[in-house]
Design a protein around this ligand. Structure first.
Ligand code: GLA
Length: 353
């Protein structure tokens, strides 16, 4: 076994628009953050994975082809998820030492969990001298994360793998592809924490899964095989929604179909530099997430209001919701004023993406 060492960097992301639709195979528009997880790796001569991370402590386990999760909430599950998917897909089981550092807030809707799994997956592959393609990784990462207890869509992994500074990433699924769109110089995206932790385990996981299920059930009730089929088929979305039997299905269906259209419009607005249009779409997205999907909370609503009152062109919750962060768009020349307004409304944790 050849001795190898190196460092992998896996950035977090802020989703600009396209919320709760990636798991239905619809496009999303996230942007990578400067904040990231760094995974230093070095091959070992045995079959153990040993990981150390300041604040989280040390973990060690034997890398076998039958890894099971440990107790829920233990960060070792992220390491096991990476090891299991690398072992399962590439047949690698060689021991590795990992040293993990992060400046990415956890449980903030900024994709720290996926960044950790992506970083560890790439570290285990590189330690074995394997270069996997973006497509190969995207085939296994979203399912791999289910091991930790969540089964989101592929947005976070795709954003983390394909990040390019200064660009937003339009991610399409089925098949997966990315297109980088330059963020206009005069636009600033601020990211602010609501102060409410959104741990993707326990209650939040159940609520997340319920939204996903309502959207899928609506589709099945309508006898459609995908949302793409409905959106591209020129069907009357309002009439279809009205025919659904439960309020949960109707609301999820209307959120998903309208959010997908907003993503298309937002990508076009970014390309043409139309900041007012992009801002309006953010506001509409938040309203839909709040009123139809019920994934906002009073702190997030207050935060979005504070950003708008301070001069933002648009703002909305970002990520799964139920707490975490909001993203706001403002003219770069107004950024300091908007940031100060958000802070003085009681949300001190703000940074520009
Ligand atoms: C979480 C998931 C993503 C996505 C968002 C909501 O962050 O990991 O895949 O579904 O929620 O848009």
């Amino acid at each position: 076994m050849q001795q190898r060492q190196g460092v992998i960097e896996a950035p977090g992301r802020v989703n600009l628009i396209g919320e709760h639709i990636d798991y239905h195979g619809l496009p999303v528009l996230p942007m990578a953050l400067r904040q990231r997880i760094r995974v230093q790796f070095e091959t070992r001569s045995d079959r153990a994975i040993h990981a150390a991370s300041p604040g989280y402590g040390e973990r060690e386990f034997l890398w076998t082809d039958s890894l099971e999760p440990v107790a829920g909430g233990d960060w070792e599950n992220y390491l096991r998820a990476a090891a299991r998917l690398v072992g399962g897909r590439w047949g690698i089981l060689n021991g590795v030492d990992l040293s993990i550092q992060s400046d990415l807030a956890a449980a903030a809707g900024l994709s720290s969990s996926s960044a950790l799994i992506v970083g560890c997956t790439l570290a285990l592959l590189h330690a074995a001298g394997v270069e996997a393609s973006f497509e190969e990784l995207m085939e296994v990462l979203p399912d791999g994360e289910q091991f930790v207890g969540t089964r989101g869509g592929g947005m976070d992994h795709a954003a983390c793998l394909s990040a390019r500074p200064g660009f937003a990433t339009l991610i399409e699924f089925r098949p997966v592809s990315v297109r980088h769109i330059r963020v206009p110089e005069e636009w600033t995206f601020l990211v602010a924490s609501s102060g409410v932790k959104a741990e993707k385990s326990g209650a939040v996981r159940e609520r997340y899964n319920a939204r996903r299920k309502a959207g899928s059930t609506a589709l099945a009730t309508l006898g459609a095989s995908s949302y793409g089929e409905i959106l591209n088929g020129g069907r009357d979305v309002e009439a279809l929604a009205a025919s659904l039997p439960t309020v949960e299905e109707r609301e999820a269906f209307l959120h998903v179909t309208s959010e997908a259209l907003r993503v298309r419009r937002a990508a076009a607005a970014m390309e043409s530099g139309d900041a007012s249009c992009f801002g309006r779409l953010l506001v509409e997205s938040h309203a839909s997430l709040h009123e139809r999907l019920h994934v906002s909370c009073s702190e997030l609503d207050r935060l979005v209001d504070a950003a708008m009152r301070s001069g933002a062109l648009g703002a909305r919750l970002t990520g799964a919701g139920f707490g975490g962060c909001a993203v706001a768009l403002c003219h770069s020349r107004e950024a300091a004023r908007v940031e100060a307004g958000i802070r003085s409304a009681g949300f001190p944790d703000v940074f520009s993406a």
